[in-house]
Design a protein around this ligand. Sequence first.
Ligand code: ARG
Length: 587
Amino acid sequence: MDASWLDIQLKLERIFYELSQCIEDFDVTFDPEIRTADSRFGDFQVNGVLSFAKKNRKNPRALGEKLLIKAREVEPLTDCALELSGPGFINIRFSSSLLQQWMNYFYNRCDFSQQLQGKTIVIDYSSPNTAKQMHVGHLRSIIIGESIQRILRFCGANVIRDNHIGDWGTQFGILIMAVKRAKVDVFALDMMAALDEFERLYREGVALTQQDERYLAAARQELLLLQHGDDENLKIWEAINRASYHAFEEIYRQMDVTFDHVLGESFYRDKVDSICHELKSLGIAEEDHGALLVFHRDHERFRAQPFLIRKSDGASNYATTDLATVRYRVEVFHADEMIYVTDGRQRDHFQQLFLTVERWFRAKNMPLPRLKHVWFGTVLGADGCAIRTRSGESIKLKQLIDEGIQRAWAIVVEKNPGLLADEQKEIARVIAIGAIKYADLSQNRTSDYVFSWDKMLSFEGNTAPYLLYAIARIHALLRKLDIRENFDEIRFSKIMAPFSTAEELALARELVNFPSVIQQVLDDLRPHYLCTYLFGLASKFSSFYNANRIFGEGREVFEKRLLLCRFVLYVLETGLHLLGIKTLEKM
Ligand code: ARG
């Protein structure tokens, strides 16, 4: 990734290091520390003069003066504003031409794909459990996972999206028992209604097992039969999964999400036994009353809280499946890295999984993949508790999305009654899904956040509608000009007017920041940095657009400002795409 602030930082460090070398001979070498400056004082600040002067017993201010004189002669810095402040800090304010050069350089080769080239990263997200509708708790994994996978791909990784569906859990014992007892013909159920029926039957089954021991025993028996490949139970299980997948697909379609693989837990059911044997023979897992446990004895908490990889009845579990999955992803997908996007409540599970994998792979002398748990907080209701319906149930994702579209539609119809009904519908859909996604992504993922329709659908503030509107506004401007030039060919040229107004300069500086923001998101896998940046950019654009006329100040000024608009459009559209949000040309 070239020409970002980070890059500039390194270049400046080099320059100042070399400058210090040509002033005098010192006992101690100069180690300049270049930082992004408080924007009131400059773009960058050079620190380190003070300590350098002290170590060499020189006057820092005088040393700073000398450096400054030299710096003014260095090519890239000749027309930048350089200023000494305090006991020897040097502030650098970039000139318009330097900003234009960097913008040209960067936007004409806007290519981040070097960053992660050659890396295979498996990302495990969404991953709901079957036999139930997805609810609001599943929202964040879909949204955050989708954005992260897009960013990784943008940066050149070979990304494999794997939806690790929970389709082999103990819930099936109860459910199959309830299905058989109620004599429901699962094959005759209507696809749309099937999942509701299964949820109802499951609740019925749970109530029965709580009332009467015999039902509990029957449920256990059905589970055993299923696990041993009983034909009838497998067929019922398949019908339940089919209905679940059908409902999931609809959500993914709405959310604009697709996967490369959907390998549910059941896919690993014949791969778990060998893992247990292996971990036992390697001395990593220990047997205890029939159960198989992994202790991490040098871990403060896990020394007394072992990782259970086989239950005392011999059944494998979530942990065993995850161990088998790691191996499969390494052997078959050749994964260098695996990213798991789940709720923060699974932190212990993943820490124990990662520690176990580390010991296991080390014992076998196999290269260890990088394992990352990208966890997130809870979606809260207005009362500050986990969001629920009035009757206390968790909100179905489908209902949530439908409500969002309905609300957005009312806004669109009010704001833009002249549009065709189909257009209004499509715009409402984009706004609603965008708003739901953006509200989630704009929060630090490890925090909880309060779900609020009014806030997320507002056209003011850090919201999707605000950004979508900024984009539509630039499109409207370009339409007015009827400009069809090829974006690739547009660049700032020598004859172009320099940025002169405060708004132009502020906007240009913000644009140059884009690559380092991407870097930041990549380092931490936290998309909210990108949201904060896009909001800042759109706000700066708005100030620019309100205070600077595009037309009427001559050709040169027109071209320069138009170019700024196009760069802003490019960054906003690219940024929203990386968040998984569709954009509109008209709103
Ligand atoms: N099905 C799990 C749940 O709903 C999430 C699975 C996450 N992925 C994994 N490999 N464990 O909580």
